[in-house]
Design a binder for this molecule. Structure first.
Ligand SMILES: Nc1ncnc2c1ncn2[C@@H]1O[C@H](COP(=O)(O)OP(=O)(O)O)[C@@H](O)[C@H]1O
Ligand SMILES: [Mg+2]
Length: 232
């Protein structure tokens, strides 16, 4: 018997019911505006009376936040790309089990700042982990908790990096922020390719526009795809 709330095995993970809440993920490169738009969307939905759980990856549960600190410090880089991907998957499984699934099952909206598409791009398409390994880890970590909608905030790399640098101020860039511009460009293309491959799940928003315009485009995407009236 467990007292931590962790299921004993993959088999015992409860399934999300059809009457569950809505799961929206935000994806895109550094400085695209994900964290800003997530907070605004959550406010807007709360004003409509919905319960909204805002979360992020890597992280989003106490166990996953501990793994986040290891990943973003770069400490896991030395173990190689597969070990790093396995750590992301471990964090995601905990995040799904402890935070996302319980919220969806009580009917809440869950908005996550990054989710599995980031792994497909960072560790898969532009990393060193073969696609079949990425897919296998995703299946284990995500289980049946798939996003209803994914907002891809698309921004030219130089704009995103300039915003991230300005936001950071004097703080040191993390493991991913400090990588070369060329790889950020490849990631941008990989995110766009994912969106083309799953057009029903993705909405791509031009995130180079001013914040209010981007926020309106996000709101329109959420309302039109998930059946909400646009006007309050
Ligand atoms: N559309 C925008 N135009 C100009 N600056 C923006 C825009 N969206 C966000 N920012 C600013 O850029 C920085 C990065 O935004 P943030 O939401 O943290 O991006 P991300 O979470 O995608 O890295 C922040 O300082 C934010 O205020
Ligand atoms: Mg952010």
């Amino acid at each position: 018997m467990t007292t931590t709330g962790h299921p004993a095995s993959g088999e015992s993970r409860p399934k999300a019911t059809p009457a569950r809440g809505r799961f929206v993920t935000f994806e895109g490169g550094e400085g695209a505006g994900k964290s800003s738009r997530v907070a605004e969307l959550a406010d807007r939905l709360r004003r409509r009376g919905f319960e909204v759980v805002v979360t992020r990856e890597p992280g989003g549960s106490p166990g996953a936040e501990a793994v986040r600190r290891v990943l973003l410090s770069g400490a896991a880089e030395a173990f190689g790309p597969l070990a790093e991907a396995i750590l992301f998957a471990a964090a995601r499984a905990d995040h799904v089990d402890q935070t996302i699934r319980p919220a969806l099952m009580r009917g809440a909206w869950v908005i996550s700042d990054r989710f599995h598409d980031s792994t497909r791009v960072y560790q898969g398409a532009t990393g060193d982990v073969p696609a079949d390994r990425v897919a296998a880890l995703e299946e284990i970590a995500v289980d049946d908790v798939r996003p209803d909608l994914t907002i891809l905030l698309d921004v030219p790399v130089e704009i995103g990096l300039a915003r991230a640098a300005a936001r950071r101020g004097d703080a040191v860039a993390d493991r991913f922020e400090k990588e070369e511009e060329k790889i950020h460009e490849r990631r941008r293309r990989a995110f766009l390719a994912l969106a083309r491959g799953e057009p029903k799940r993705f909405v791509v928003v031009d995130a180079a526009q001013d914040p209010a315009t981007v926020a309106d485009a996000v709101w329109y995407g959420v309302c039109s795809r998930l059946g909400l009236a646009e006007k309050d």
